[in-house]
Design a protein around this ligand. Structure first.
Ligand code: 5AD
Ligand code: SF4
Length: 439
């Protein structure tokens, strides 16, 4: 029997890329590959790239340049670029960097085995079209390996919203939902392999409308179906758009026992003028009323969000409106970014904000968010939460897991096993995590 070939995958960006990398690894497993942790002994290197941050393509080219020596030593080494930079740049990557053998966009991963074979035959392989089929169904080639207690499951991809700053509608394409039965089957499979918590992924996950037994199913409908899966204990989903927060989904937050009380609902800005320029089609006020309704359904829910500061034409007054909104919502977590231009998006053409002003705003926003984050985390002390244990902690006999609110919790308890779900009383709030004791 021949030695297995080695595959090194480097993953950038969002959870969807993490999920995609796992699927690509499984697909190439069928071609005799096993994963390796270093590029040095690899027979194939795949960079699963992200295009959301600035100069993403340039960073990929410089990363690729570093493999020159390796390829010279080992002419059989194949180098591939996957993900959103692959989709955005296409064939240009092979023109600019002749080391690259394979370029595959997110909608073509099911073609990887065939593309890999092509590279072995000494040809270049390019796959960046947007086919109509379910790539994950075609990628099914899954060894029944045991898994950790948490997993991602992609239910929807692409986005039709066209926020003026964002590349996703161009790199991931139009919104496509996977049929419900395939998702439920995948969830059963994950649970059989040890998974107890599933995070449903989609660029605009709450726009989910996959085919179900009686016509299209909503995300809430899908969550209720998953709620019936024995052995699955927790359901989460990310990322949502305020305009797709349907009534049945809000209600599910109050009534569906496996749906966790945590919601990532990006607003991006608190200024209506900027929201309009961002093409967000909601206002600060409509967002705040939405959160009121969500909190009425589930009063203890922890909110999380994304913000962009320094969007073109943002004034100090616009920024203040963002600070006011943050003050009102009080996020348990929030991610804030300085606007950076993405060529080809509408905002790229507009008057840019002075970078120093944007830096200063980012710092002020992050300070406010951090303060709220701390207050909410500190407020957990004395409360009892349920923790799903994921791994051993740094101290001997210590285990770490996540509460229903997604806080990391450290507990001393040599008897605790990975995958256990236990009641914990929170005793301390540290820099980035909580500590507690088993009840
Ligand atoms: N500049 C800065 N931040 C951006 N995001 C998306 N595009 C840009 C951009 N051009 C942020 C948004 C989004 C998150 C994933 O990344 O806040 O919600
Ligand atoms: Fe990008 Fe999200 Fe807007 Fe879609 S909804 S365009 S993914 S920021």
């Amino acid at each position: 029997m021949s030695e297995p070939k080695k595959l090194f995958i480097k993953t950038y960006g969002c959870q969807m890329n993490v999920y995609d990398s796992e699927r690509m690894s499984e697909a190439l497993g069928g071609q005799g590959y096993v994963e390796t942790k270093t590029p040095d002994d690899a027979d194939m290197i795949l960079l699963n790239t992200c295009h959301i941050r600035e100069k993403a393509a340039e960073k990929v080219y410089s990363e690729l340049g570093r493999f020159k020596g390796l390829k010279a030593e080992k002419p059989d080494l194949k180098i591939g670029v996957a993900g959103c930079v692959a989709q955005a740049e296409g064939e240009e990557i092979m023109r600019r960097q002749p080391l690259v053998d394979l370029v595959v966009g997110p909608q073509s991963y099911h073609r990887l085995p065939e593309m890999e074979a092509k590279t072995r035959a000494g040809e270049k392989a390019l796959g960046t079209d947007f086919p109509e089929e379910d790539k994950f169904e075609k990628l099914k080639n899954r060894p029944k390996a045991k898994r950790g207690p948490t997993a991602f499951l992609t239910v929807q991809e692409g986005c039709d919203k066209f926020c003026a700053f964002c590349v996703v509608p161009y790199t991931r394409g139009a919104e496509v939902s996977r049929p419900a039965d395939r998702i439920i089957r995948e969830a059963h499979d994950l649970v059989e392999r040890g998974v107890r918590e599933i995070t449903l992924l989609g660029q605009n996950v709450n726009a989910y409308h996959g085919a179900g037994p009686d016509g299209d199913m909503t995300l809430a409908g899908l969550i209720w179906e998953l709620n019936k899966v024995d052995g699955l204990e927790r359901i989460r989903f990310t990322t949502s758009h305020p305009n797709d927060m349907a009534d049945d989904l809000i209600e599910a937050h109050g009534t569906c026992d496996k749906l966790m009380p945590y919601l990532h609902l990006p607003v991006q800005s608190g200024s209506d003028r900027i929201l309009k320029r961002m093409n967000r089609s909601h206002t600060a006020e409509s967002y705040l009323r939405l959160i009121e309704r969500i909190r009425a359904a589930r009063p203890d829910i922890v909110m999380s969000g994304d913000f962009i500061v320094g969007f073109p034409e943002e004034t100090e007054e616009d920024f203040q409106a963002t600070m006011d909104l943050v003050e009102e919502v009080k996020y348990g977590y929030a991610y804030s970014f300085k606007y950076s231009t993405r060529p080809g998006t509408p905002a790229a053409e507009r008057a840019q904000v002075d970078p120093a002003a944007a830096d200063d705003r980012l710092q002020r926003l992050q300070a406010l968010i951090t303060r709220h984050q701390r207050e909410i985390q500190d407020g957990m002390v004395g409360r009892t939460v349920r923790v799903l244990f994921e791994k051993p902690g740094r101290l001997p006999g210590q285990m770490v897991g996540k509460s229903e609110y997604l806080h990391s919790v450290h507990v001393k308890g040599p008897e605790i096993a990975v995958g256990d779900l236990k009641e914990v009383r929170i005793t301390e709030s540290g820099a980035n995590s909580l500590a507690g004791e088993l009840l």
